[in-house]
Design a protein around this ligand. Structure first.
Ligand SMILES: [Zn+2]
Length: 237
């Protein structure tokens, strides 16, 4: 891994919201990379770039992959205010695809802006997983993860992940106690090789998630796939 430098990229944050918020939230990509490098036995770096950044963002994505070993990019269509199938974002997907990295999309409702006037301007529609179906069709080699049980579009997410070989689902953000029955049914059957553990710390701690997952009716050999084998295959580790 290249030696870490700290270029003046104040807009690169945990969810990079260059265009739609006055203030960045969370950690700077490079701060996150530093923490990941210090704990490389347990942390695999994913970063965030707002697709509205255009060519600048594309160049930054290629650099993050080539020089810093970044393995994935998280998009939050609702916070970043874009339809995932907007052609504006395609050059960025191309860069991620070329580098063999993963595109992870927030899906479903979000806690951000919830109960605030106008939901703080957050539009839920952008995070419907059906828009990511277009991305999966246009980039058949790009590895895509739909993050979270996708309320209120759970069936859309299951449908996209069933239909497109390059689409996976992570189970973060919800306690398994509240997983809808159809999600559990798909974990136990046709999507058993595409479901991934995730906690969404600090919202849900890994301990709480694991404890509730243990109580879920999941076949033992599938449990192992969700907790480890599927991610290993996807991340090629
Ligand atoms: Zn999310």
């Amino acid at each position: 891994m290249a030696k870490l430098k700290f270029p003046n990229l104040d807009e690169a944050v945990a969810i990079d919201i260059h265009t739609h918020a006055e203030e960045p939230c969370g950690m700077h990509n490079y701060e996150m990379l530093e923490v990941a490098a210090e704990n490389s036995d347990v942390l695999i770096p994913f970063v965030s770039i707002d697709p509205h950044k255009g060519k600048l963002g594309v160049r930054e994505a290629r650099k993050l992959i080539e020089e810093f070993g970044v393995k994935g990019f998280k998009f939050h269509p609702t916070m970043q205010g874009f339809y995932p199938n907007d052609r504006m974002a395609y050059p960025l997907y191309e860069a991620i695809n070329d580098g063999g990295a993963i595109a992870l999309f927030h899906t479903g409702q979000t806690g951000v802006g919830s109960g605030m006037p106008g939901g703080m301007g957050m539009r839920l529609k952008y995070s419907n997983p059906m828009y990511m179906d277009d991305v999966a069709a246009d980039f058949p080699d790009l590895k895509i993860i739909l993050a979270h049980p996708s309320f209120p579009w759970q069936e859309e997410a299951l449908s996209v992940a069933t239909h497109k070989p390059n689409v996976y689902i992570d189970l973060s953000g919800w306690s398994p106690k509240y997983f809808p029955p159809i999600l559990v049914r798909y974990i136990n059957s046709i999507l058993q090789d595409k479901m991934l553990f995730g906690s969404d710390w600090p919202v849900i701690t890994p301990d709480r998630w694991m404890a509730d997952f243990a109580k879920l009716e999941i076949r033992d050999e599938i449990r192992q796939k969700v907790l480890k084998a599927n991610a290993r295959k996807l991340l090629d580790i």
